[in-house]
Design a protein. Structure first.
Length: 306
């Protein structure tokens, strides 16, 4: 990547967002078995938009070890997917998959990309393996594997490196029995008691902490979804798979955290818009990687009280 002006100006997302460029500021039915899914995506990272004030009042409060924030990038003339991926230390497919792009998609100057790295398992193909057998081995989804790895007609070659989004790799106990790791990514974070409002009225929790510090809350189709705290919308995406989140919204809060609302049927807010706690930001649905109508709700940078 070349040394040039920052790719994102504060004016794009509001006056309280820092400029970022090549070195961005550190900073997605009531049946309990149906109203779950999606969003098991962690951020490995390198950058994200943040307001000028961090948890203690300045951008200097933000540590470079933070890796739980969602990042966005505005494309400049001459950018390529591979260059952007290198800057964020992710694979090109990570960016393609999270933005519903293909390897043949052409980037446009000013296009906004969400950098939403996918947590999963890396697997090297051996003789006789198929996409189906690999998906079964790691409890993955064939469609996800094909889309994420840009596989044509599901053809694999010995030695290929394949990513299984949301795949699970069993560990073995001393008795030899495989057990699921059961790790909730992003849960080793501070608690801000009373800061976050439950994002829907009523509803029923159908899945506890999973994926990236998220919970699933079910209710009826088009139940209003509310902002959990005051903040600024940094992502509002509708249409497409979007890394499994479907239609989703991300809000940046003044305490340096982010909340993510996924699988929405529709949203009522736009990127850059400021919202107040309790304001309707969208309506419950089942878009993306979702089974049954529910909200997948994540808090990045703080404990999820729900």
């Amino acid at each position: 990547m070349r040394n040039s002006k920052p790719a994102i100006s504060a004016g794009l997302l509001g006056s309280n967002v820092q400029q970022v460029g090549l070195q961005p500021l550190f900073a997605l039915d009531f049946d309990s078995k149906k109203a779950i899914g999606g969003g098991d995506i962690s951020i490995v990272g390198s950058s994200a938009l943040l307001p000028d004030s961090g948890p203690l009042g300045t951008a200097a409060d933000i540590e470079e070890t933070s890796n739980d924030q969602i990042s966005i990038y505005v494309v400049r003339a001459g950018d390529t997917i591979s260059e952007i991926a290198k800057m964020y230390d992710v694979t090109p497919n990570t960016i393609l998959w999270a933005n519903d792009l293909t390897s043949k998609s052409a980037l446009k100057e000013g296009q906004v990309l969400v950098i939403l790295p996918v947590t999963g398992v890396r697997h090297t193909v051996v003789k006789g393996e198929t996409v189906e057998s690999i998906a079964k081995k790691y409890k993955g989804d064939v469609k996800d594997i094909v889309q994420y790895n840009n596989l044509m007609e599901k053809v694999l070659a010995v030695g290929d490196l394949v990513i299984i989004p949301d795949g699970e790799e069993s560990v073995t106990t001393s008795s030899g029995a495989p057990v699921k790791p059961g790790i909730v990514r992003g849960s080793n974070v501070p608690s801000y008691v009373g800061y976050y409002l439950k994002p829907i009225n009523g509803g029923r929790k159908t899945q506890g902490l999973h994926g990236y510090n998220g919970v699933d809350i079910a209710s009826s189709l088009n139940t209003p979804i509310m902002a959990a705290a005051n903040g600024q919308v940094i992502v509002s995406k509708s249409g497409g798979w979007n890394g499994g989140y479907g239609n989703y919204v991300v809000i940046q809060h003044s305490n340096g955290t982010q909340t993510l609302y996924a699988h929405l049927n529709s949203q009522t807010v736009n990127m850059g818009q400021r919202v107040t706690q309790g304001q309707t930001i969208g309506y419950m649905g089942t878009t993306g990687k979702s089974t049954g109508v529910h909200l997948h709700f994540e808090i990045r940078g703080a404990k999820n009280p729900f």
